[in-house]
Design a protein around this ligand. Structure first.
Ligand code: AMP
Ligand code: ZN
Length: 139
């Protein structure tokens, strides 16, 4: 499996960096965003390294998309948001900050301002609780 030794998400895949993991299978790993823009902000990554959409393996992306459908439903059951944003950034000019392909699932409430990033880290206890609750709500 392709890997970039300097990539934080590859380190999470390898178990060399910590993450609040929700789910994993052969192709995909799901974990909580450590700087959540909203409660329940979740990331999905292919386990194999690719920097963005353009060098990602379409088979891995198809698997990730299938998983995202299940995870989004579980996340919605857990945090009961008013809406959910799905986004994926390619290149610094698009706002990408971690150069390992990832999809964001971002629960939305109309009263909260729309943002893609925050510098405020999530409460570790809440992230742990969410990861466990979303895992438990998967079909
Ligand atoms: P992007 O700006 O689309 O590249 O998103 C990168 C996301 O990864 C941001 O929302 C960060 O908060 C998140 N992030 C960065 N490092 C970690 C980490 N070690 N664990 C979990 N999420 C992370
Ligand atoms: Zn990587």
């Amino acid at each position: 499996m392709s890997r970039d030794p300097d990539c934080i998400f590859c380190k999470i895949v390898a178990g060399e960096a910590a993450a609040h993991k929700v789910y994993e299978d052969e192709h995909t790993l799901v974990f909580m965003d450590i700087f959540p823009v909203a409660d329940g902000h979740t990331l999905l990554i292919p386990k194999a390294h690719s920097s963005d959409l353009f060098d990602a393996d379409p088979t891995a992306l198809a698997a990730l998309m299938q998983t995202s459908h299940r995870v989004a439903a579980a996340l919605r059951r857990v945090v009961e948001p008013e809406g959910m944003m799905v986004f994926q950034l390619n290149g610094a000019a698009a706002g990408q900050t971690v150069f390992h392909y990832h999809m964001h699932l971002l629960p939305r409430w109309a009263a909260q301002p729309l943002a893609l990033h925050t510098r405020k880290p999530g409460d570790p206890e809440r992230l742990r609780e969410l990861a466990s609750a979303i895992a438990g709500a998967l079909d």
